[in-house]
Design a protein around this ligand. Structure first.
Ligand code: MLT
Length: 267
């Protein structure tokens, strides 16, 4: 079911599916995507209360007034409050993981589990920042469609792009429905994000690291380095998988995420 709420006069969209009660599993999408990126998980997760948020500037959520991962974390908080939910297991894909870490820093008591799905706690290096600035320039000069078309094939291993072009095409089409303003704000927010190693050091809930061995966007080494930091971590390194495990290895990723949720729910 689709919902919208107003937070500081801005609309935030989210979807609820699966079971009506129990510990919720909240899924955050990555860059240039929206909650629909998790559609592939739905048929497998009917036994869990599932909430998928459109981060500000994506899907039906209004762009935030200022960019930043804190704004995304606030949106997650607004959704939990809207549903009167005290705690959740929060899993974020890539940029959604950066937002989830920000949420973990601000609201640790609301987490029963934190999942970094092809994500990591480190800040951008100078080259990545520069590439993001070039992206913002492209978006500001009206080249949103070109930007999005170049982005998605690079998230998958080459063999997958060749064998499943329809998956990449659907992501490009969906990316083109996102506003240039929202995409640019996300780039700005990722440039400005901080290192969250200390957040992981202090975290009390279990942390899941799901990594793709062929991921060139979030190289697995970053996750491996971070996975030794929390007091309780689960590490899953998927061989043959790039940055988009929800498509590349759907059932395996569902099994890992559902297993992690179950572990957190039964502690
Ligand atoms: C994402 O998939 O969310 C982004 O590519 C992450 C990033 O660029 O760091």
């Amino acid at each position: 079911m689709n919902h919208t709420l107003l937070s500081n006069g801005r609309r935030i969209g989210y979807r609820s599916d699966g079971k009506s009660g129990g510990l919720p599993l909240v899924l955050l999408h990555g860059f240039c995507e929206d909650a629909s990126v998790w559609d592939v998980f739905l048929p497998f997760l009917k036994q869990i209360r599932l909430i998928r948020v459109d981060l500000p500037g994506f899907g039906v959520s209004d762009p935030a007034l200022t960019p930043g991962m804190d704004v995304y974390a606030d949106a997650v908080c607004a959704v939990l409050n809207d549903l009167s939910l005290e705690q959740c297991v929060l899993v974020g894909h890539s940029m959604g993981g950066y937002a989830a870490l920000e949420f973990a820093e601000k609201h640790p008591e609301r987490l029963a589990g934190l999942g970094l799905f092809h994500s990591h706690p480190f800040e951008d290096g100078p080259e990545r920042k520069e590439a993001r600035r070039r992206g913002i320039e492209m978006l500001e000069s009206g080249k949103r469609d070109l930007y999005v078309a170049q982005l998605f094939p690079g998230l998958f291993p080459e063999a997958y792009v060749k064998s499943r072009p329809e998956v990449i095409e659907a992501l490009i089409q969906n990316g083109r429905r996102q506003s240039a303003e929202g995409i640019a704000a996300a780039l700005e927010g990722m440039i400005g994000r901080k290192n969250h190693l200390d957040t992981l050091r202090g975290i009390e809930c279990p942390v899941l690291f799901l990594l793709g061995a062929l991921d060139t966007i979030v190289p697995p080494e970053l996750g491996l380095q971070a996975a030794v930091v929390p007091s309780l971590a689960e590490l899953q390194l998927l061989q043959g998988v790039g940055h988009m495990g929800m498509f590349e290895a759907t059932e395996m990723c569902v099994e890992i995420v559902a297993g992690f949720w179950e572990f957190c729910a039964n502690r």
